[in-house]
Write a protein that binds this ligand. Sequence first.
Ligand code: SF4
Length: 244
Amino acid sequence: MDYQHTIMAAAGDQAERSRHDAMRDNKGQYLLLVDGSVPLGNKGYSTISGQSNVDMLVESAKDAAAIVAIGTCASFGGIPKANPNPTGAVSVSNIITDKPIINVSGCPPLPIAITAVLAHYLTFNTLPALDSLNRPLAFFGDTIHDRCYRRPFFEQRKFAKSFDDEGAKNGWCLFELGCKGPETYNACATVKWNQGTSFPIESGHPCLGCSEPDFWDHGSFYQSLFPWERYKAKPGAGKGGPNH
Ligand code: SF4
């Protein structure tokens, strides 16, 4: 890594010189990793070394081979873009339209998904297979619901109704507490967090759907996605929810 403005030892002009040197020496070959959304409402809302985020993104993307948007903010605008979007925040793909972009969404994104994308590119010199939102299929090919260990309770209609009832204590499905797992593509249920220790549902909290676009504006985190009857009304929706 040639440049990371937060953790690199250099600062100020020296740091920016590193970025420009790296861009020149690796023209057309480097990967640009971007985190955070980009505020367009006023260029001064966010700057690095006196340069606005949008100007730095456009400049750094110009000679990149590809861009990896890390996190839901860079991928889809994230929380800054949530209504009423006071800073005019947009995603990387809203600005850069002439480069391959890989979205590793999640708030936060799974570390192993980031490293897997980089390892794939460094090993094969190609981009990994992507879904319709340009997320790596290896991690975003299934919903949380597809892989959730509480799924048998969902099928048996055994739902926790509150965070401290018998259902919650028995580890039943969190659908009626607002779980967004049926409509959320990510690998939390498979690779988990903190080196495989756990993930939100295993800790007793519904999935918030943080790797999907506009998740912050999809109503209450604690409201059911859809009435259970609606799920039943669509036979064959066994993989994921009724919207599949
Ligand atoms: S609704 Fe949520 S808790 Fe229930 S099975 Fe699906 S992902 Fe797991």
